[in-house]
Design a binder for this molecule. Structure first.
Ligand code: NAP
Ligand code: ZN
Length: 363
């Protein structure tokens, strides 16, 4: 057996972890730059907890609260300008994947004043100021991954910044998700589930991946039931956040695969939320495997006897109405097949027509 496992993020999981561990901030500097979306952080208690913890720890802070969903490089550049002008020492991303990913990119831009949206994809390894991630959705796992997924309007796509930006600290308090609306809860949970599946059925999957994925699938047995019955109690919120974190650790080691790569154009061009874009492709992706052995194992861990059972659940949770033409399918498939990084994560050989078929049958 051989594997590599690298998880440098300090993880605090549980109720009130931000206030209980406020001293953690003291190690990171004297001035924090808080990055959030427009509204939710101020309503769900996360911003209040973080600012209280900072005040008690004697740390100054500055807020940028303009991160949109699927954060653009323009927004990241704007926030970085503010951070640089104010000499901030570290960044705290509070929110779903969008503010957390934006915070990681902002940390890179601040550390490297010569970097801008036109040259950031040069491939050069870049340093960054410390990042703290406070998750308020249970989906992306961004709090424990090195990825920062940004929207490049110039390239008309979403892509990974291409740097290794693990947050130094991750705070996971499920109480921030108690009032997450049902549709966002579903979409983000399906994102976490996609991470489990794509990390598990991945060329880079190891013994460690199986531990994380199979424990995550076990949690999803119950989470799926509660999502369907809309019984989103506190136990569900804790379990789905845990599953999402396990899934984040999993993909930080293996990367994602087909649904993620194929979902980006559905988000960019058709406006589908990220988790929904993965979810809509999931069943056809799973059906495309010639070797179903590991998929059968996964279903068994979730207490399901067939793929049809998973399909029924996903149908109950998501309805997607997008108009897509044959020409668009061809374009998206061609673009995807050129993405060698994602293709090599898939365990079987896939051709252009396989990718087209997954899009066609899913939509
Ligand atoms: P999001 O785009 O961060 O947020 C979606 C919506 O949820 C926003 O309207 C947000 O409002 C709201 N929201 C967030 N927390 C809330 C709460 N506790 N209560 C009520 N509303 C809340 O959604 P996401 O699905 O978490 O993140 C998606 C992004 O993450 C995509 O760009 C995706 O590509 C990326 N992603 C990254 C990774 C990674 O490893 N880095 C992995 C997968 C996906 P506000 O805007 O007001 O906050
Ligand atoms: Zn994802």
């Amino acid at each position: 057996m051989e594997f590599k496992y690298f998880m440098p993020t300090e993880i605090y999981f549980g109720e009130d972890v931000v206030l209980k561990n406020k001293d953690v901030f003291k190690k990171l500097g004297r001035k924090a730059f808080i990055i959030t979306g427009r509204n939710s952080a101020k309503k769900n208690g996360s911003y209040e907890d973080v600012t209280k913890a900072l005040a008690e720890a004697g740390i100054e802070y500055l807020l940028f609260d303009e991160v949109e969903e699927n954060p653009s490089l323009e927004t990241i550049e704007k926030a970085s300008g503010l951070g640089k002008a104010n000499n901030v020492d570290f960044v705290i991303g509070i929110g779903g994947g969008s503010p957390m990913d934006a915070a990681k990119a902002i940390a890179v831009f601040i550390k490297n004043p010569e970097v801008n949206q036109d040259n950031v994809f040069s491939g050069r390894k870049l340093e960054f100021i410390p990042v703290v991630a406070v998750a308020t959705t249970s989906g992306t796992g961004s709090e424990v991954t090195q990825y920062s997924i940004v929207t490049s309007n110039k390239e008309m796509t979403k892509k990974n910044l291409g740097q290794v930006i693990f947050p130094q600290v991750a705070f996971l308090d499920y109480k921030y998700t108690y009032d997450l609306p049902y549709d966002i809860t579903v979409n983000t949970a399906i994102d976490a589930f996609s991470h489990l599946v794509e990390g598990y059925l991945n060329s880079n999957s190891t013994f460690m991946s199986e531990i994380y994925a199979e424990r995550g699938f076990q949690l999803f047995e119950d989470c799926f039931k509660k999502l369907v019955t809309k019984d989103l109690d506190h136990g569900f919120r804790a379990d789905v956040m845990l599953a999402s974190t396990l899934a984040g650790i999993l993909i930080s080691q293996s990367g994602t695969s087909l649904p993620h790569g194929m979902g980006y154009p559905l988000t960019y061009f058709k406006g589908l939320p990220h988790g929904l874009a993965n979810g809509v492709l999931m069943i056809e992706y799973l059906r495309s495997f010639k070797d179903q052995t590991k998929i059968e194992k996964m279903l068994k861990v979730m207490g399901m006897s067939s793929l049809a059972e998973l399909e029924e659940i996903l149908k109950k949770l998501i309805t997607v109405k997008v108009k897509i033409t044959e020409e668009e399918i061809r374009e998206y498939a061609q673009e995807f097949i050129a993405n060698k990084a994602k293709l090599k994560n898939h365990t079987e050989e896939v051709k252009l027509e396989d990718i087209e078929r997954i899009y066609r049958n899913s939509l």
